[in-house]
Design a protein around this ligand. Structure first.
Ligand code: NOJ
Ligand code: CA
Length: 650
């Protein structure tokens, strides 16, 4: 099939294509070493890129190899997601499994498995147990992504105190100075949009990417002992993923990471997405405090008031932060003593939970660990049990420290030990029918397919950074970067924009748009309820109406860091929702409604007024209503730092 001139008789090349034939991935064995290369429409995506490992106390794994056999397979499947942005995801790929063995006396064996989708390439290493090879310590994973140095990258730095909570920056790959997190979004000089990421991250350090000797290389997050991971065989690495798209907006609906994860681990039909308000933003604007005292937020009385407000607003959940012992003084320093089963004296958890149940409101519990994992794990079962006994089935967790403390040592959140801790919470929560929203999480790698009780995570700079540290472009980066790793709790819907303590750099219409542009299985309407009930009742209507579970997502327009417009169809009915956001540049977007079904829809349009501006006039908005059909095009204006939200109902 292919011609390849080789000098050694053991050299080999195997190639597979995507089902539509556009993407090709080759496995190359040359002089006993292994490489892969990827093309789309015969243009280079990655040049031959090295594979393999350094293993502590052993010879490197990836040299002196010979090909034992290889096998190809075609897979065609539509998978159904319990909740999310798309109900059905195609899992169609061609697979190549390459079985390798060392030709040296060690005779170690392993398998490389490649899957080529129409939307990208994935591969992983699978290492079976062998007589003299049972437990290994990985010193380094050598996987390269040999893209052109003139590729553009959008990145956040790795190994920083605020974890993933940084502004995205654009640079050229040749200029990458430090390790960066994945998903790492790239644009090749030939115009393809790529995202290097990983899927199914379990029991291993998270992959960051660095430029080494002019090649992008995997840099697995180290443990405090300097190694990358201790694993028992059999072991398989996460999938190394290269998403490939022809345009920036096409990239935003790449669902490979879900396809590469296993189906649900058990019956998760009990999981329900949720919209919630919270005893939360009042703390950020200084009205209330997390810690007990005169202005304590989480009191029994406040909780009941908020429950009443949630009922009036038609919102089904209420988050309560600052309810437990541990917030006094400098909570970031003192968090080592946090108690997750002891409420503050002015908060009667049993009473609040009873009151919530009587009013059909789901309480979202809160565990702020400050990264003190040892302290949290000691209490994990009893803390979850305490909530479940009180019919609290949603928990927001948080890991606000700059490092985790695990086994008495400082570890990165995204190290193997961090990954294993998060997984422990997810699995225990699943067993106890608890849904999680993890702040300061490990990044998403599609495991929500297997563990759908993990309804949301933060894992990027969210609206808590408003008040100076968020620019209007930030939310225009997210759909092309962080959100390729799954939904995010961005804490949308803050309408008290001109608050002097925490000034928000958006218009009010844009806050509604976020409920569509930033998907979250647990979606917070983050402002205080009185803001929704009185001042912005008209805008709140959209927050009330927008669903948290969609059947279908269609990206309509956008460029990385500049703007993004997306349409999503509800799973419950025929209604569609459209959200649009722009950076500091005002824009007119023509939204073609040709994705609608036949007949009339009633459009409710929440948009920036012509004189709106995120700084000068954030409250400039207009609500218009009209009948539309799929033959219509809406002419939408977005003010600087603005956006729009549209509901199309039958
Ligand atoms: C950081 C979280 O992102 C935020 O939502 C939470 O309120 C604080 N930590 C306190 O737990
Ligand atoms: Ca945070």
């Amino acid at each position: 099939m292919f011609k390849w001139a080789w000098h050694k008789k053991d050299d080999a090349k195997k190639e597979i294509s995507s089902p539509d034939g556009h993407i090709k991935c080759s496995f190359i064995l040359k002089n006993g070493q292994i490489f892969y290369a990827v093309t789309k429409d015969d243009r280079t995506i990655t040049r031959p890129s090295a594979l393999g490992f350094l293993v502590c106390g052993e010879e490197p794994l990836g040299k002196n190899l010979s090909l034992v056999r290889s096998q190809t397979r075609k897979h065609t499947e539509t998978i159904e997601m319990l909740w999310g942005e798309d109900q059905y995801i195609n899992n169609n790929y061609n697979e190549l499994a390459v079985y390798l063995a060392e030709s040296t006396p060690t005779r170690r064996i392993f398998t490389l498995r490649f899957r080529v989708f129409d939307s990208g390439v994935a591969f992983r290493y699978e290492i079976p147990p062998q007589p003299k090879f049972q437990r290994i310590t990985i010193a380094d994973e050598l996987t390269q992504f040999n893209v052109d140095l003139n590729t553009t990258a959008w990145k956040i730095p790795a190994y920083q105190p605020d974890r993933y909570e940084y502004n995205y920056e654009k640079c050229m790959v040749y200029d990458l100075k430090h390790s960066v997190h994945t998903p790492l979004t790239l644009r090749t000089p030939t115009g393809y949009y790529l995202s290097i990421h990983e899927a199914a991250l379990y029991n291993y350090g998270s992959a960051t990417i660095k430029l080494e000797d002019d090649v992008l290389k995997t840099d697995i997050t180290p443990l405090s002992d300097g190694t990358k991971a201790h694993v028992a065989l059999p072991f398989q690495t996460p999938w190394r993923v290269i998403m490939i798209a022809n345009s920036a907006i096409e990239l935003t609906t790449n669902r490979m990471i879900y396809a590469l994860n296993d189906p649900p681990a058990s019956d998760f039909s009990w999981v329900k997405t949720l919209k919630f308000i919270g005893i939360w933003w009042a703390m950020f604007v200084g009205e209330w405090t997390w810690a007990p005292g005169e202005r304590h937020g989480a009191t029994t009385a406040h909780a009941k008031e908020y429950i009443d407000a949630a009922v009036r607003l038609g919102i089904t959940g209420l988050l309560i932060e600052g309810w437990n012992e541990g917030w006094e003084g400098d909570w970031l320093e003192n968090g080592i003593n946090n108690k997750f089963t002891i409420a503050t004296p002015d908060f009667d958890l049993e009473e609040v939970a009873r009151y919530a149940r009587r009013h059909d409101i789901e309480i979202v519990g809160h565990h702020e660990t400050v990264g003190f994992v040892d302290n949290y794990e000691n209490q994990l079962e009893s803390a979850y049990d305490y909530y479940v006994r009180n019919h609290i089935n949603y928990i927001k967790t948080g890991y606000a420290g700059s490092m985790m403390t695990i086994n008495g040592r400082k570890e990165y959140h995204h190290s193997q030990l961090g990954v294993n801790h998060y997984q422990k919470t997810i699995e225990l929560a699943a067993k106890m029918h608890i849904c999680l929203d993890i702040h300061e999480p490990i990044k998403g790698t599609g495991i929500e397919r297997t563990w759908p009780n993990l309804l949301s995570r933060e894992g990027a700079r969210g609206q808590e950074y408003e008040g100076g540290a968020l620019s209007p472009s930030h939310a225009c980066f997210l759909p092309y970067t962080r959100l390729l790793a799954g939904g995010m709790d961005y804490t949308n819907g803050i309408l008290d924009i001109a608050n002097s303590v925490k000034r928000i750099a958006t218009t009010v219409s844009r806050q509604l748009a976020y409920f569509v542009t930033i998907y979250s299985g647990m979606a917070m309407a983050a402002d205080r309820p009185f803001i929704y009930e009185h001042r912005f009742k008209d805008l709140f209507q959209f927050i009330h109406d927008v669903p948290t579970n969609f059947e279908k997502t269609i990206p309509l327009a956008g460029e990385i860091g500049e703007y993004f417009v997306v349409a999503r169809k509800s799973r419950d009915n025929e209604n569609w929702y459209i959200g649009g956001v722009t950076d500091e540049t005002p824009r007119r977007i023509l939204v073609n409604l040709d994705f609608l079904g036949d007949g009339y829809y009633y459009a409710e349009i929440y948009a920036d007024s012509k004189d709106a501006h995120f700084r000068e006039n954030p409250f400039g908005y207009e609500i218009t209503r009209r009948r539309v059909t799929k033959n219509d095009t809406l002419d939408m204006y977005m003010a600087p730092g603005g956006g729009f939200a549209i509901r199309l109902s039958r």
